[in-house]
Design a protein. Structure first.
Lengths: 139, 139
């Protein structure tokens, strides 16, 4: 078995605010408020929200306070889907850091910044397959 | 279709060094050196390595230089698998920030730090299903 990214956890300042934000983008979770963490099933893995200081301690690192070299992306099936998703993110309160546009590598993408400053690339990559379920498959 | 994390990109200082590190952990990529980026298929999504400054610019953020609130995890099927994976990471040059131990939430995990300072939780969570292929499924 090859290794996997099984879980991505992003640290947030206000769990309820962030849950509301990600649910407005279409994510669904069965986590309860008293769990103190929110888990979203994301294809073959799990995407989670947790308090940033709790995550920092549990990750055995120092927090430099801003972006730290990890960016998440959601790949969609067309430039029009990218634009629609960015619009939904803006309506949910995200800052649109870059509107949808063609990229140097032959795709189309834009960037939104979530309530805690985490950037998300919303992309259409014509060289990758996105299945009906949303799985992304490399060529 | 629910949104997905389709792609996680981590910024690295030396692409070849990082590729060698992750390949020593068992990842496989068909990316070519001249691509300037390394893509690994990871279940339904893609895990990528890219130059940290290129990723920063493309993500429309400032770089605070250290950890920035995102932690990745690889879930395995038993505490023994966790210990074996941490041992493999150590042999590949990772720093073991926390050796395998029981957690407050009833699981077992440890933390290694990759060559660029990115933490990875290696975990066994008895409440989640890990399929034969490595997919993680929430209850």
């Amino acid at each position: 078995m090859e290794p996997r990214v099984s879980l991505i956890t992003i640290g947030v300042a206000d769990l309820e605010r962030s849950r509301t934000f990600y649910e407005a983008l279409g994510w669904r979770s069965t986590s309860k408020p008293e769990d103190g963490v929110v888990f979203f099933q994301s294809g073959s893995m799990v995407f989670a929200l947790w308090g940033r200081e709790e995550l920092r301690k549990d990750s055995e690192v120092e927090d430099s306070g801003g972006w730290g070299g990890v960016t998440l992306a959601c790949n969609l099936r067309s430039p029009a889907e990218v634009d629609a998703f960015l619009e939904r993110a803006a309506q949910a309160g995200a800052r649109i850091a870059r509107t949808g546009a063609e990229t140097f590598w032959g795709g189309y993408n834009g960037i939104f910044i979530d309530p805690d400053g985490h950037p998300w690339e919303i992309a259409h990559n014509p060289f990758w397959t996105v299945t009906d379920e949303g799985d992304v498959v490399l060529p």
